[in-house]
Write a protein that binds this ligand. Structure first.
Ligand code: TYD
Ligand code: MG
Length: 470
């Protein structure tokens, strides 16, 4: 009997080791090494992956012909836009850098239940001219049909295959010759050449390598869906990040309806792009102007709210911060923040107490970010401080004012990156005034509709904002 070869793999990053280790030396995670059987037959292993079947020869860079741009498939062409009213995949085109590059491998990662299958099924449904093969290893053909009906229809150029064997999938893909292949999910697919079970590091890596070969040889774009689990029982998409051309991450709170699709890596366009979706009864709906969604009170003057001009990736949007400050009923005041780091909020409260002279240590402070999204951009500091003070004074901040600055430990107002994009976004949404740091080097540019106020410290802004407000 052939000797079975075994090795240990890290479930998080795919690091391979001959013996078991408590901590992965590559990614530093504890207890992620699992034993796996690796090929005992002479099959392709991940180390011998060749993209092309012909043996390649070196060519001079200057001799290589490239016609400017990569060939791309636009998922939401203008014709379908007018036919469907609104196509819900045009944002995907933008994130990918203007359509899907032929022969590229795209990974969409996310937690279970976030909407990866829904998004990937919306692609063929929104683009009837594209011949697509949608392979599901998780759902039956009938289940997919039911889902497609909820999403608004089915058409003839979308083929469905419920299969988990890689060899069969590749066989069918060669016969059907689709223009787009979708694999839902890579962790359910297995290759017969590998001994270990589906979802293990070696299976996931091997299947992705085979699909990469298929993509490059047939010039077909392939979308892989990858689950991320917190407990790390199945190999995560991190194992694949270096193999694929594009990594998109789908995130959000499953209790809220907002979802964010973020590009983490993109060989054919800008990374750190972002799109916002809303999960509705009829599938995912694009939110083309996220700022409008996250600002709720437009007509009422309420104390305790302020608007921050934040930036996520390269996309600016305005978001409403709400605070509630009340006298602590019990000895120790409560501090709680939803969607924001509570330690940073405590730091801002300490700055207000020590540097600006507000006695907040006897008050309960609650902070909430609208829409259930999480923010980590330091440019929101100023808006957070303003919402807290507004609630404390019970005086509303004028609704036409936005804020974009970081606050330092000595109460100074610090500059933030890409300030011009933030100001333009606020201007576009009809804000009349924005407070920024006087250290922000603003290039000579006149904003016609918005007044840019540069300030050096918090007390100065507090005086101006609340004198106006009262
Ligand atoms: P799904 O795409 O199956 O998630 P994933 O593939 O990432 O595991 O979608 C999961 C959730 O989306 C599910 O809880 C139900 C919800 N959903 C809707 O709210 N509306 C819809 O039209 C669809 C298809 C799903
Ligand atoms: Mg799914």
């Amino acid at each position: 009997m052939a000797k079975v070869k075994k090795a240990f793999f890290c479930n998080n990053c795919g690091y391979e080791s001959a013996k078991w280790l408590g901590q992965c030396p590559s990614c530093g995670k504890w207890n992620t090494m699992v034993e796996e059987v690796i090929a005992k037959q002479s099959g392709p292993t991940s180390k011998s992956v060749t993209i092309s079947t012909q043996s390649a020869k070196p060519i001079k860079l200057s001799d290589i012909e490239a016609n400017g741009n990569e060939e791309r498939i636009v998922l939401a062409p203008a014709e379908t836009l007018s036919a469907n009213g609104e196509a819900n995949i045009s944002e995907l085109d933008r994130i990918l850098g203007g359509g899907m590059v032929k022969g590229s491998l795209v990974l969409i990662g996310g937690e279970p239940g976030i909407g990866k299958s829904t998004l990937s099924l919306q692609i063929p449904l929104g683009c009837p001219t594209l011949k697509t093969l949608y392979v599901s290893g998780e759902e039956s053909v009938r289940q997919i049909k039911m889902r497609a009906e909820r999403l608004g229809g089915a058409h003839e150029s979308c083929y469905i295959l419920s299969e988990t064997s890689l060899e069969n999938i590749l066989e069918q893909a060669k016969q059907i010759a689709p223009q787009l292949l979708i694999i839902d999910s890579i962790q359910t697919i297995f290759s017969q050449l590998i001994e270990s079970s589906a979802g293990s590091v070696s299976q996931v890596r091997e299947c992705a390598a085979a699909l990469l070969r298929f993509a490059k040889e047939s010039n077909t774009p392939v979308i892989l869906i990858g689950h991320i689990t917190k407990d790390g029982t199945i190999a995560g998409p991190k194992v694949l990040e270096h193999i694929v051309d594009v990594v998109l991450q789908f995130e959000g709170d499953t209790r809220h309806s907002f979802r964010i699709l973020r590009s983490i890596k993109n060989r054919f366009g800008a990374s750190a792009e972002l799109a916002v979706y809303e999960m509705t009864g009829g599938g995912l709906r694009e939110i083309l102007n996220p700022s409008e969604m996250f600002i709720s009170t437009h007509n009422q003057e309420l104390s305790g709210t302020a608007v921050a001009a934040m930036l996520d990736g390269t996309r600016p949007f305005l978001i409403e911060v709400q605070a509630l400050v009340s006298t602590a009923a019990y000895g120790t005041p409560q501090r709680s923040a939803t969607g924001f780091d509570v330690r940073r909020m405590n730091m801002l409260l300490a700055v207000l107490e020590k540097r600006v002279g507000f006695k907040l240590s006897v008050k309960d402070v609650f902070l909430n970010i609208a829409g259930g999204i999480k923010i980590s951009d330091p440019a929101c500091d100023l808006a957070i401080v303003m919402s807290i003070l507004s609630s404390n004074f019970d005086v509303a901040v004028n609704q036409k004012i936005a804020f974009a600055a970081e606050i330092g430990l000595s109460g100074e107002v610090r500059p933030v990156s890409q300030i011009e994009r933030r100001i333009s976004e606020a201007e576009k949404l009809g804000f009349e005034k924005i407070y920024i740091s006087s250290f922000n080097q603003l290039q000579e540019r006149k904003y016609k509709k918005i007044k840019v106020v540069c300030a050096a410290n918090v007390p100065q802004i507090v005086r101006e904002v609340f004198q106006e407000g009262s």
